[in-house]
Design a protein around this ligand. Structure first.
Ligand SMILES: Cc1cc2nc3c(=O)[nH]c(=O)nc-3n(C[C@H](O)[C@H](O)[C@H](O)COP(=O)(O)OP(=O)(O)OC[C@H]3O[C@@H](n4cnc5c(N)ncnc54)[C@H](O)[C@@H]3O)c2cc1C
Length: 479
């Protein structure tokens, strides 16, 4: 019998596992895919929102503002790419000028520090590439950018280092109430647990219904993006938003922590699992972005992708214990869920404590993590690393300067990847202009060697994404 089963390894599940691993608690995270962070957590705008958008008094407002500070702290501790670059919400007419002032007042009520409404002239001085048609803007200095998947991985790895368990390829298919808690079936195995926390993203309604009466329905809403090459990465230096609407925060233009430019998203109703981009959706993104930053050069695009917002009929996050005692939901976590997750996790730990989970802090909680990133080191530091391990001198991904040593480090980390994209999420190989065209086969070889599996069993990403399907030539090699 374990204490807590968490269903879902997105940013919410991983944050909770990390928080629980501070205590003498047996916690298990069950994830249906072959890695954590591969749901909505890997496909969003990657903004650490300041917290002026949610309405005061909502869970969203509280968790957003608390989460904004926590994400920064966690990224520093766990060596995750993060930059506090600040955000700007642009207004283009008198009605939007008023909305910008309203957002400022709302943010102040939510406790967001440093908010300021800028005139058109101040805005141009700060961001010369923003449209001259903008009439005012809200500056939020505490907004930031982060690598969302690296944050989730770092939290899960740290939890595993501290004794928590992550079971991948474990889709939860049933949850039965028992006398002492719940019997959870996942991937054909059964786990008995005292508490269950549902953090299953767009599937959280289905998981809720396994143990509760139907209470909410997730109606996914798709957002599509352009990711531009690093040559466009310094077009703007803040996150540039437009005024928010009911469905989302509008189309943004922002640098990423990896040095690219991200542009998007639109907002369209979609089916669960429908992650395709569309010509119409991308055309909308291009047109809307040009209104804020006319000089965006879409010919620099290296990738399109889409993510699914977990919208429900409830206009707030769904966080708390259900009628079924011992079962908790972290559901309907739309934006700003990435920012809010660490604060939600702390609150759910408190709720679990109130529900009877003993919370004794461990004497030896290891709360640090270091990642070698050769591209960020000076020549002297690189030379030192290469002397320690010659694999740090072997460049595998030429676009991003990622070495074999970094890939091998990831493959021997507390939560090792098993696919080419799993390595990409941890090291950045394949994230550059060629999108893995050159390094992909080499990364696949290294994964096979280090994990001791046949190369053809190493997938591009999730199960079913085989790269090698069979031999093309039989027979011996020419001598
Ligand atoms: C277009 C878009 C832009 C956004 N931009 C931002 C932003 O800039 N800033 C911000 O703060 N937030 C943003 N968000 C919101 C943020 O991305 C999400 O709130 C957050 O990623 C949700 O995390 P999660 O852990 O709840 O869900 P997910 O990341 O989807 O994780 C759920 C996990 O549960 C697993 N799972 C599902 N069913 C089962 C099962 N039966 N058994 C086992 N595992 C299961 C899934 O495989 C998945 O890994 C954005 C969202 C979208 C869609």
């Amino acid at each position: 019998m374990v204490d807590v089963v968490i269903v879902g390894g997105g940013i919410c599940g991983c944050s909770l596992l990390y928080e629980l691993s501070r205590y003498d608690v047996q916690a298990v995270l069950l994830e249906k895919e072959n890695d954590v962070s591969v749901g909505t957590t890997k496909a969003n705008s990657a903004i650490v929102h300041a917290g002026y958008d949610p309405h005061p008094g909502t869970k969203m407002a509280r968790y957003n503002v608390e989460g904004n500070a926590l994400v920064k702290e966690l990224c520093e501790k766990l060596d995750v790419p993060y930059q506090q670059i600040g955000s700007l919400v642009l207004a283009f007419d008198e009605e939007q000028d008023a909305l910008v002032r309203e957002l400022c007042a709302r943010g102040e009520k939510n406790g967001v520090p440093g908010l300021r409404v800028l005139s058109a002239t101040e805005l141009q001085e700060l961001e010369p590439n923003v449209s001259r048609e903008a009439t005012s803007a809200l500056l939020a200095p505490t907004a930031g950018i982060v690598s969302p998947w690296e944050l989730a991985i770092a939290l899960a790895e740290t939890a595993v280092k501290n004794g928590a368990r992550v079971e991948l390829n474990s889709e939860v298919t049933s949850i039965e109430k028992t006398e002492g808690g719940f019997r959870v079936t996942a991937g054909g195995r059964v786990t008995e647990t005292r508490f269950v926390v549902n953090a299953a993203g767009v599937w959280s309604d289905r998981v809720n219904d396994m143990a509760n009466p139907h209470a909410f329905t997730v109606s996914p809403n798709r957002g599509e993006y352009y990711l531009l090459d690093k040559s466009s990465g310094d077009l703007v230096h803040h996150v540039i938003f437009q005024c928010p609407s009911k469905v989302g925060k509008g189309v943004l233009v922002s640098p990423t922590v990896h040095g690219n430019l991200i542009v998007g998203p639109n907002a369209e109703d979609a089916e669960k699992g429908d992650l395709g981009t569309t010509a119409a959706g991308l055309a909308f993104v291009r047109q809307a972005a040009a209104r804020s930053v006319p000089a965006v050069n879409f010919r620099d695009s290296i990738r399109n992708f889409a993510g699914l917002r977990a919208l429900t009929e409830i206009d707030d996050f769904i966080v708390g214990e259900t009628e079924q005692k011992g079962f908790f939901n972290i559901a309907g976590i739309k934006s700003p869920g990435l920012t809010s997750a660490p604060a939600i996790a702390r609150d759910v730990v408190r709720m679990l404590g109130e529900a009877g989970l003993p919370l004794r802090e461990k004497d030896s909680f290891c709360d640090e993590r270091h990642v070698v990133r050769i591209r960020h080191l000076s020549h002297e530091e690189r030379a030192k690393k290469m002397a320690e391990n010659p694999l740090y001198g072997q460049i595998v991904c030429r676009c991003e300067t990622i070495t074999e040593g970094e890939i091998v480090d990831a493959l021997h980390s507390p939560l090792p990847p098993c696919s080419i994209d799993g390595v990409k999420r941890r090291c950045g190989s394949g994230m550059g202009r060629c999108q893995g065209g050159f390094c992909g086969p080499r990364v696949q070889e290294i994964i096979a060697r280090e994990l001791g599996v046949p190369q053809q069993d190493v997938m591009q990403d999730r199960a079913g994404t085989a790269v090698i399907l069979g031999e093309t030539k039989k027979g011996g090699r020419a001598e």
